[in-house]
Structures are given as structure tokens and as C-alpha cells.
Design a protein. Sequence first.
Length: 130
Amino acid sequence: MEAKKIKEADNQLVKPHEKTHSGCVGIIQPVQDALYVLSGKWKLPIIISLTFGNKRFGEMSKEIPKITDRMLSKELRELEMNQLVKRTVYDSIPVVVEYSLTDYGKTLNPAIEELYKWGKAHRQRIMGKG
């Protein structure tokens, strides 16, 4: 009898995918949190660059068109603060600094893949209309 009550209580919880006001609010907040962390023009291109391997600052600067060194530095600091990117300083002469995605940063790969698919289809849809 107790197990039945728990199951009934679970069924009464608002699930994020339900089409209710609470379900809507339950989806909005996590999406806003993600957009806050990934906001701006440059964070996703930086993350995408690092999905192809560890990079030094100069490599990323050349790989990401139109980003300034100042902006790259700022965005890398923010991504590091949010535990998406790791900065490693090697004790060598000259000093070598390398950036890589953390395991946590790599969890964005499925979302980036879906954005890529959607963006490609959207571009085709819009550009195809003429």
C-alpha cells in the first residue's frame, strides 16, 4: 500500500515536459542558466575550437575569425571560471600555456551537435527561399 502511495505521489509531480505553466517555468530557468553561461558571440566558437583538441592562445586566435586577443582572453577567463575550460601552464622556457575542454565542458558536445544540425537546416530553409 505504501509503495502505491509513493507511485501516485510521483505521478502528481509536475514533469518539465508537461504542457503546464509549472512545466514551462521548470524548463525556462535551466535554459536561461545555460544561455547565461554560453552568452555572447564568442563562447561557443571557442568551445568548438577546443573540441578539436588542446590549443594555445595564438592557435585559437588564428582559428576563430575576427576575434580580438582581448576578447579571446576575456572569454577564456569566463569559460575557465564556469569550469568549461582548463588552462594549463607548462614550466618551460618559454612558458607554454595550453587550453583544453574539461570533462564538464565536453558535456556540451551533444547540444552543440544539435545546434549545428538546426543551424544548417535553418540556413538552408531561409536561403532556399528567394
